[in-house]
Design a protein around this ligand. Sequence first.
Ligand code: FPP
Length: 244
Amino acid sequence: MARDIQDDRPATGPKHVAIIMDGNGRWAQNRGRPRLFGHHAGARRVREIVEACPDLGVKYVTIFAFSTENWKRTQTEVAGLMKLFHRYITREARDLFDEGVRVRFIGDRVKLDEKLVSLMDELELLTSGNSRVNLTIALNYGGRDELTRAAKRLAYEIEAGRLTHKDVDAETLAKFLDTHVLPDPDLVIRTSGEARISNFLLWQSAYAEYEFIDTLWPDFTAEVFAGLVQNYGARDRRFGAVKA
Ligand code: FPP
């Protein structure tokens, strides 16, 4: 039965954690192996982190699997990653369903191959009744691309006469984003020592806390994750206001 995490999560914990999974390539290179070896090791970590969420009170986890800029990598790496996504969805679907995970994808699907898109659609449908953890996978995602697509759709609604310029405010714009059904992330983690956000959830992370840690993604264990979630509880978020 689905558990409502609102009841058992620490009052101060992050409800939504977003993760930039960086460092797979370096992890593999440190072992004298090809970059794809690192991506495979990274994919195995995803399950461990998702499984850790309920006990940590994390209801939403959003992971950056492939950016709109990642197409610039070598053809071998891009093809290997696409194959990995096919395989991941095919092999993990049943377990994700059984674990009560609801899977969603964000990003532009137009550039992805048809077979992959249909696997993504099927997994979303299969898990649509789950609510224990919400896993969102960003695939061919870029924050600027998402905002541009949202602006285009908003313009279309105005052209069609269903909205006017007076309707355009932050709340309306957010409804056109890929993430419209998700709460904003409370905590954004980036692994591998880089302190950049790389076009990830630009709009949604306006008030998020950030954790940049040196650990390479394939070494990111549930314990490391738990430590960061607990750290967050000690922080004081004011959303621009003054403390009462
Ligand atoms: C960044 O490491 C990682 C990626 C671009 C791919 C992320 C993909 C995974 C973790 C695997 C699969 C995920 C799912 C959902 C199956 P990098 O290659 O930039 O590493 P580097 O900075 O060390 O080169």
